[in-house]
Design a protein around this ligand. Structure first.
Ligand SMILES: [Zn+2]
Ligand SMILES: [Zn+2]
Length: 272
């Protein structure tokens, strides 16, 4: 079995090593961060540095840059994004990626987790009456805030977790706007999702190809059709999951474990 090194680089400056350390410790791996490496050049949430690529491309680039900087052959990096749900645009989705790269073994493994449990909330000066209930709802303190002056759309301060500081700013800037800070160390709901991405990554690391032992023998394609439990006709929902190895191309098809037939409410014949 392929193992993580005992000292593993995590390219971050938002204390993600504290969030992820407990997952890696039982595997005999201690995480460390590159001292002085600025990950903010890869895009920030408050819009100062726009992110050009999608999170998957960004996380790989960040990981390789950190490995070059710290002169490591193995490394981890994490990257998250927030955006509208593809089917229900009113909902916000948080997608977290964690990548592991091992240059010696040619490994590039992606752990991923998406969550609708998102703390992405805003309040403006017009709703000052709701300030207390807002702060309570977002669990202000553990959850940090970004403070903007709306007149010139300028970010005055971020990472605010102190009530006194917040009230000072509100006093000074009449047309204010506050938003939950989305950076990992200031956003507890995001931290939970980063841990889920870590769990996914470690699972992939341990699922090895039965032919060549390369990690990340995982579901990459689907096949077949589930039949409707009422009319028995094939539907457009897949019946099998195809596990494949990117190193030797070995594939294994397994029946999906969650369903053996489809509820008629999703059948286009029974419920057009
Ligand atoms: Zn293989
Ligand atoms: Zn049917």
């Amino acid at each position: 079995m392929v193992a993580f090194p005992s000292q593993l680089l995590l390219s971050t400056k938002h204390r993600k090593e504290q969030i992820l350390q407990h997952l890696f410790e039982p595997l005999g791996t201690a995480l460390f961060t590159p001292e002085g490496f600025d990950t903010d050049t890869f895009g920030t949430f408050c819009g100062k540095t726009p992110r050009i690529d999608g999170p998957k491309a960004t996380v790989k680039e960040k990981c390789l840059a950190g490995m070059r900087y710290a002169q490591q052959r193995q490394g981890l990096a994490s990257e998250g994004s927030f955006g509208p749900h593809p089917q229900i645009p009113l909902l916000t989705v948080n997608e977290e990626w964690l990548i592991y790269i091992d240059l010696d073994l040619g490994l590039e493994i992606y752990g991923r987790s998406t969550s609708l449990d998102v703390c992405d909330q805003h309040l403006s000066y017009q709703a000052v009456d709701e300030l207390d209930s807002f702060l309570e709802r977002i669990e202000f303190g553990a959850q940090g805030l970004v403070f903007k002056d709306k007149l010139n759309d300028e970010i005055i301060d971020k990472g605010i977790t102190d009530r006194k500081r917040l009230l000072e700013l509100i006093e000074k800037h009449h047309q204010w706007h506050i938003a939950t800070d989305l950076r990992a160390h200031l956003n507890p709901t995001r931290q939970k999702n980063i841990i889920e991405a870590g769990v996914d990554l470690i699972k992939r690391m341990h699922n090895c190809c039965p032919k060549c032992q390369q990690p990340d023998f995982s579901v990459k394609k689907y096949s077949g059709h589930l039949h409707c439990s009422w009319c028995g006709r094939p539907t457009d929902h897949h019946a099998n999951e195809i596990y494949s190895c990117l190193a030797c191309n070995y594939e294994e098809s397994k029946m999906r474990s969650d369903l053996t037939e489809l509820d008629p409410q999703f059948c286009l014949h029974c419920n057009p």
